[in-house]
Ligand binder design. Sequence first.
Ligand code: CMP
Length: 151
Amino acid sequence: MAIQRTFVILKPDAVQRGLTGEILARLERKGLQLVGMKFMKATETQAAKHYEEHKEKPFFKSLVQFFTSSPLVALVLDGDEAITVVRTLVGSTDGRKAPPGTIRGDFGISRSNNLVHASDSPESAVRELAIWFPEPLVTWTPATQAWIQGD
Ligand code: CMP
């Protein structure tokens, strides 16, 4: 078993469309453990730092504008291979191409307004967590853990 921590954002379009409960339910039902959750409006500094690898891309300005335009929900989730598991649940970047059954495949039809961000590697998760959750996270053990985990 390889327990990992991942960072997820339910983007402003997910909040505006009333999909936060639906998306969070999918992540919880999978067996991922919620260890951090914040409803907030991103600052320009946070958004630019979060997406710094895209700063030379033509869509960078509109990405930061979108990200800061309306509230989002930031989540921290733990679970066995959580980074890959969440990326698989979320689906590919472009909602038009994401397979049905994935979050983007079921609810999205856009590449820019693609509902969810999820860390793509352990290094990204650590970097992103430092931006969005500088404070200590809650430590707890779900009562269901023994029934969910196992090879
Ligand atoms: P995300 O997984 O959060 O990581 C980078 C984001 O940039 C991506 O989701 C999309 O929302 C956005 N993005 C990637 N490519 C494009 C593009 N070509 N045009 C507009 N937005 C993009």
